[in-house]
Each structure stands twice: as structure tokens, then as C-alpha cells.
Design a binder for this molecule. Structure first.
Ligand SMILES: Nc1ncnc2c1ncn2[C@@H]1O[C@H](COP(=O)(O)OP(=O)(O)OP(=O)(O)O)[C@@H](O)[C@H]1O
Ligand SMILES: [Mg+2]
Length: 452
């Protein structure tokens, strides 16, 4: 494969899409190449490095995080033989809120066709009702449901006829500092940020089949330090959340119960079935040798502790987030992904305690991903590419917020719908008539200029 022009020249290959997943355990860089005629993209490489300086999804040491990121970028570049210049970035972090607001506009006294302009107006009406706390910003604005003359289930009102258009809008709000740190980290590692996506959304797009997301499903990405939750129905995300509990908490439980170091606890967690029913457990005792010492521990007690933690997490998660999504039924049940979904028998355990179907999901693109880098822990990375493509296809599905207007209006928002991403050219955005403000990335760039 030929070598592309260097990053420093600012050249961006519109045929290449790059996703970057800043995880608590690992940083992953996914590279995809557009498949012209289909409008899809094929993953051609994955790079990764252990995460340093990231805890519970948050950057806690910038230089360490930058080093991890550079290593992952280099790994990906070596695999695909390309020099990467820019990426869509996924991250999580504890303080992520999802807020639902409503908007309504009249189309006139007589029924008429809904135009693009009307869709923008109704989105703006709902955005005007979002109260954004100080030092927080809206990362995604997602139309959850349109109603035309009170009729629900309208997937896209464009071209339909009515006299009144309503919308339910979900806004994902994150601390400004979290986004700034992520932005700073990626730019310092030598990539230009061309978009952000919150982990639960990227993961769900990477994991859910169209049938599941239409029927109603909750997707949970069990990472090292966080769980990303996305409730989907009618093919759309209805609610997104991040909880600061992940697989590492189970490791810590095992370590503290058995009084062993974390790395040994991690090994046990990966190798021992901690989730089968007691009657199905293969042994009453967990016996092993570590650093010259023999250990023997009751499996009953160990599984009780681990299962309690997971049951507590999922009962609270699923019930809270599903009710926040306003969904009464989840016919497609629970789809789990992320490294934590690899625990032996966790799917059967969750199905028993949650009383719903549970599926462990690999990335939908797993058969096109490099062997060894196509397991559940890579679903989020693969989902970033799907997100970037969906953004191009339908810019009104996940609307990015213009921060400049937010800044100028002191928290309240007016016209801030961002237009299509274009096909890999930043200029397309500024030419777009919908592009009301400077956008999140320009805001962050300006802020950095002020700082340095
Ligand atoms: N075979 C396995 N069995 C059980 N748990 C596993 C296995 N492999 C990995 N894990 C757990 O998965 C977690 C890491 O998952 P993942 O790589 O998806 O996290 P991350 O994306 O880096 O973190 P986050 O999404 O929370 O920021 C760790 O807690 C790890 O112990
Ligand atoms: Mg993750």
C-alpha cells in the first residue's frame, strides 16, 4: 500500500476514515477505507496500546495518555502502511448526562409539506429548552421521535403533510473540561480531531443489528473503568449513559477477597467461571498457588461477591436507564459487549437475573477486522467508523453542538444546528448554510490558542 502525504502537511485522505477509542484499559485506533460504490467503509487495520493516564474513562495524566495514544497510532500506521492525519474520537467519563426536551412548531393553518427548514426549526425549539449547567457542553443532540399532528412513529417527517410538528430531543451533556482534555490529548499525539462520539453510542452502533435497534434493546459496553449504556428503539438511540463501574471493579473485588495482587486476580477472573449457577460450578474450592503460597477459597463465597456486584450494577442500570428512555418493552433484550462481556457465563447469568434475552456481541464488522483484534473489546472502536459514516449520510441523526453560540448566549441556545460533515473536507462545513456557529472543534482550537 502506498504511503500518504505526511500529517504535518495537513493533507487528509478522504478515502480513509480513522476512529480512536480512548479506553481505560487500552487505546485503540481503527482505520477504514471507503468502499466507493456502497457508501460503506472496510476496516483495514487496528492499532492499540495499553492505556496510561486514563482512569474511569477520564484523562488523569495528559503526557502519559499522549504517549499511549502515540503508541497506538504508530501501531495502526505500521499495520496499514499509511500516515494518519485525523480521527473521530470516542471517550467516556463519569459525568455524562442525557436530557430529554420537547419542541413544537406550527406548519400553518392549512396542512402543508414538511420542509428541511421546518425540521431545523423544531430541533431548535427543543434545543432552546435544554438547560446546560455551567462548565458543561452538549456533545450530541439526538432527535428521538417526531410527531406529525400528534401521530407517533414518524421516522423522518421530511416531505410528509401536516399542520403541526413535534419532536422529542435527547441531548448528551458532558463537562467541558473532559472534552478539552481529550481534544488536547489527541492533538498533542499528532492527530486532528474531526468529531467526537460518546462511548455508549459508538458501542451500540458497533454492536446492534438493525433488527435489535428497531425492536427495542439495551446495549451495555462493559469496559475496564466504565459501562456505556444505550437504549435503542425504532432504530434510534432513545437514551445514552455512562456509569463509572467496569470490569476492573470485579478484578478489585477478587483481589481484595482473596488478598492477592491485582494481576493474579485478573488472571483468575479471566480463567475461572464466576457466573454459573452454584450447582453447575465445577469445584467447591478455588485452589491455586501464587508466589510460593497455596490458596484455597470457597467458590460459593467468591461467586456470591462477584455476582452481587454485577447484579446490583445491571438491575440499577437497566431499570434506571430504560425508564429514562421512556421505553416499556425491550423485545431484543440486553446486548453486552466490551472486554467485561468476555467473562465466562456472564450472559447466562444476566439472562437469569434480568429475566431477558442476553447476547454477547462481537463488533458487527468482526469478520473484516484483524484476527485477535475483533473481540467484544473492539466493538466501540469499530462503531466509531459506523458513526462517522452515519453522520455523513444523515446529518440530522446525531447533531453536533455549536459551542460558539453556547458560549455567547451564556448557556442558552438558539440556532446551532450543524450541517453535514461533508465527504472528508472540513471546508464543506463552513459552506453549509445550516452551520450557524463555529462548532465544537473550532471552539476548542480557539481556546487552545488562548492558552498557549
Ligand atoms: N477474557 C476476559 N474475561 C473477563 N474479563 C475480561 C477478559 N478480557 C478482558 N476483560 C476485562 O475487560 C475490561 C477491559 O475491557 P475494554 O478493553 O473494553 O475496556 P476499555 O475500553 O479500555 O475501558 P473503558 O471502556 O471502561 O474506558 C477489563 O476489566 C478486563 O479485565
Ligand atoms: Mg471501552
Amino acid at each position: 500500500m502506498f504511503k500518504k502525504t505526511s500529517t504535518t502537511s495537513g493533507y487528509r485522505d478522504p478515502e480513509v476514515l480513522v476512529g480512536l477509542d480512548l479506553g481505560t484499559s487500552k487505546v485503540t485506533v481503527v482505520v477504514a477505507e471507503r468502499d466507493g460504490p456502497t457508501g460503506e467503509a472496510q476496516i483495514i487495520g487496528m492499532g492499540q496500546a495499553p492505556s496510561n493516564g486514563i482512569r474511569k474513562g477520564l484523562i488523569v495524566h495528559l503526557d502519559q495518555a499522549v504517549r499511549s495514544l502515540k503508541q497506538a497510532i504508530m501501531d495502526a500506521e505500521n499495520m496499514v502502511g499509511l500516515e494518519l492525519s485525523d480521527a473521530t474520537v470516542s471517550f467516556s467519563g463519569g459525568d455524562v448526562k442525557s436530557v430529554r426536551t420537547k419542541g413544537m412548531i406550527s406548519l400553518g393553518r392549512n396542512p402543508r409539506t414538511v420542509m428541511q427548514f421546518d425540521i431545523e426549526r423544531v430541533i431548535e425549539a427543543a434545543q432552546a429548552n435544554v438547560a446546560v449547567p455551567n462548565n458543561q457542553i452538549i456533545l450530541h443532540t439526538i432527535p428521538v421521535e417526531y410527531y406529525l399532528d400528534g401521530n407517533t412513529g414518524i421516522d423522518d417527517p421530511l416531505g410528509m403533510t401536516g399542520i403541526r410538528l413535534d419532536i422529542d430531543l435527547e441531548s448528551v451533556i458532558v463537562p467541558t473540561a473532559t472534552v478539552q482534555n481529550v481534544y488536547n490529548c489527541v492533538e498533542k499525539a499528532g492527530l486532528t480531531v474531526n468529531g467526537f462520539v460518546i462511548k455508549p453510542l459508538a458501542s451500540a452502533l458497533g454492536a446492534l443489528t438493525p433488527e435489535e435497534s428497531l425492536a427495542g434493546v439495551v446495549s451495555v459496553d462493559i469496559g475496564g473503568g466504565t459501562c456505556g449504556v444505550a437504549v435503542f428503539a425504532d432504530g434510534r438511540p432513545k437514551h445514552l449513559a455512562v456509569v463509572s463501574v467496569g470490569g476492573d471493579h470485579i478484578t478489585n473485588d477478587v483481589a481484595s477477597v482473596l488478598k492477592i495482587p491485582i494481576n493474579k486476580a485478573e488472571e483468575i477472573k479471566r480463567e475461572v467461571d464466576l457466573f454459573s449457577e452454584k450447582s453447575d460450578l465445577q469445584a467447591d474450592k478455588l485452589e491455586f498457588e501464587h508466589m510460593g503460597r497455596n490458596y484455597s477459597y470457597s467458590m460459593d463465597e467468591l461467586t456470591d461477591i462477584v455476582q452481587c456486584r454485577v447484579e446490583e450494577l445491571f438491575s440499577a442500570l437497566v431499570s434506571t436507564e430504560v425508564s429514562a428512555a421512556g421505553i416499556s418493552m425491550l423485545p431484543a433484550g440486553l446486548v453486552i459487549t466490551g472486554g467485561g462481556a468476555k467473562s465466562i457465563s456472564i450472559d447466562q447469568y444476566l439472562s437469569r437475573v434480568m429475566n431477558m434475552p442476553v447476547r454477547v456481541s462481537l463488533p458487527l464488522d468482526s469478520n473484516r477486522m484483524p484476527p485477535g483484534r475483533n473481540g467484544p473489546e473492539y466493538t466501540c472502536a469499530a462503531g466509531i467508523i459506523r458513526y462517522a459514516l452515519e453522520q455523513e449520510r444523515d446529518p440530522f441523526r446525531y447533531i453536533e453542538q455549536s459551542l460558539e453560540q453556547l458560549k455567547n448566549s451564556g448557556g442558552s441556545m438558539t440556532s446551532n444546528i450543524k450541517g453535514p460533515r461533508g465527504n472528508g473536507h472540513d471546508d464543506d462545513r463552513s459552506r453549509d448554510p445550516l452551520f450557524g456557529g463555529k462548532g465544537i472543534l473550532q471552539y476548542l482550537k480557539d481556546l487552545l490558542k488562548e492558552l498557549f
